[in-house]
Design a protein around this ligand. Structure first.
Ligand SMILES: Cc1cc2nc3c(=O)[nH]c(=O)nc-3n(C[C@H](O)[C@H](O)[C@H](O)COP(=O)(O)O)c2cc1C
Length: 211
């Protein structure tokens, strides 16, 4: 083979290598413990004043598992139900150090961007400074809905179950949380580089409550 052909093949190979999404392993989630369920329900509430203190990686890992992790490995089913088991909700994790997509299978994060997109997650003041915004995104290509312009009602229910898991985990861990429908979806859609089949459903801001 000519040298130039080898060079072209090498370039193509390295381009493919760089095109692979960067994956970060999360610490193994702790699936035991926490507050008794009735106490967590008793403590569940919305918080809108947050400290800027970062969440430890283990807490983030546990939170994502509680939200939408796989709790039955034999069937790849989750901690929250989904209509017809379509599992179309993805959680985007927006932090100061970048934006990531939660991959429940294998409990990992896919890097979306190294930039801080928190300011694009909502107009309420606390959104840009709280350590974590979760964005619930429905990928309708995984559902039977072919017309992406129609509001995906089932996805709102499916994301609601995930949001309640987050609220209860936060109550159990002494974290504050506010689920939010008030999001500039067009701006965030572009920042997260979402496809037309992907619809932002809601956001959820999480952090330690301001003392
Ligand atoms: C679908 C939905 C959308 C919401 N959107 C917002 C929002 O954009 N901003 C906000 O501050 N709170 C939002 N909330 C939180 C509610 O205001 C809050 O749950 C309500 O005031 C009751 O308070 P509690 O959660 O402490 O019981 C939303 C709640 C739900 C269920």
């Amino acid at each position: 083979m000519k040298q130039s052909a080898i060079l072209i093949l090498l370039v193509i190979f390295s381009m493919q290598l760089f095109a692979q999404p960067k994956i970060l392993e999360l610490p193994k989630p702790d699936r035991k413990g926490g507050m008794p369920l009735m106490e967590a329900l008793d403590n569940r509430c919305t918080t809108r004043e947050f400290s800027e203190k970062e969440l430890p990686e283990q807490t983030l890992s546990n939170l994502l598992w509680a939200a939408w992790g796989i709790n039955r490995e034999e069937s790849d089913k989750h901690t929250a139900p989904s209509s017809n088991n379509k599992q179309e909700i993805d959680i985007y994790v927006v932090r100061a150090n970048g934006t990531f997509k939660f991959i429940p299978k294998g409990h990992k994060l896919e890097v979306v961007s190294g930039e801080d997109f928190r300011t694009f997650c909502g107009k309420q003041e606390f959104v840009a400074t709280a350590p974590l915004n979760l964005i619930y995104v429905a990928d309708l290509s995984r559902t039977d809905q072919k017309d992406y312009s129609v509001e995906p009602l089932a996805s709102y229910s499916n994301a609601g179950f995930i949001a309640q898991n987050v609220y209860l985990f936060c109550a159990s861990e002494g974290l504050g949380a506010v689920v939010r429908g008030w999001v500039d979806k067009d701006v965030l859609q572009e920042k997260l580089q979402l496809k037309t089949s992907q619809k932002i459903i809601m956001a959820h801001t999480v952090g330690y409550p301001k003392k």
